[in-house]
Write a protein that binds this ligand. Structure first.
Ligand SMILES: [Zn+2]
Length: 200
């Protein structure tokens, strides 16, 4: 058989439009992303051979939140990513002037002690308070309330309560339930606040 005949050449140089793949690989699985899924990210414990397909940017983001996403159901992970996109998160406004646009995952990452609560690590940084004393007092009261503590609770008690609450409201144990996510955001923000003023 002659493969260099003009007929074969014609077939080779004129493939039909439909048969050309639109994209050379899988698409990034991050909610709302249309990039190429060039990187594999493990889904976590108990799912050893399962991977997400992400673009470079999102594999980084996933890896930064790995401990948080680990063990979550796929739809819970996707819903977190979607929330981060739209930024519709409940706000816990303190004297800092920051608007609460962050997801629980982002709050955890931003926390001075992001995942340390699960690893018994000690945070090393402590921010200087910048708000006036009266605002601080109201903010402290609110933060202690959020953690369900009396205002005279010690830093040790604050930390212990925080750990307890994060474990209770962590999506790992709540199947990504939205109401507990929202509560988790409040808890983290309250704890961060107390920490920032040296009370946590
Ligand atoms: Zn992506």
């Amino acid at each position: 058989m002659k493969f260099d005949s003009p007929i074969f050449d014609k077939i080779r140089v004129k493939p039909s439009q439909d048969r050309r793949p639109k994209a050379p690989g899988p698409t990034c699985e991050w909610a709302g992303c249309k990039e190429q899924g060039t990187h594999k990210a493990p889904k976590g414990r108990g799912r050893e051979n399962e991977y997400w397909r992400y673009c470079m940017k999102h594999v980084r983001e996933y890896n930064q939140n790995y401990n948080f996403f680990q063990g979550m159901k796929d739809d819970a992970v996707l819903s977190y990513q979607k929330d981060a996109l739209t930024g519709h998160r409940p706000t816990w406004k303190m004297g800092t002037g920051k608007r609460g646009k962050r997801s629980a995952a982002e709050e955890l990452r931003a926390a001075a002690d992001p995942f340390g609560v699960f690893h018994e690590q000690k945070a090393q940084t402590r921010a200087e308070p910048k708000v006036e004393r009266r605002t601080i007092r109201n903010a402290e009261r609110k933060a202690f309330d959020t953690l369900g503590l009396e205002i005279e609770a010690s830093a040790v008690q604050v930390k212990a309560r925080f750990k307890e609450l994060v474990k209770r409201h962590h999506p790992d144990v709540n199947g990504g339930d939205r109401s507990t996510e929202d509560r988790l955001v409040e808890i983290i923000q309250a704890y961060n606040y107390l920490k920032s003023v040296g009370m946590g």
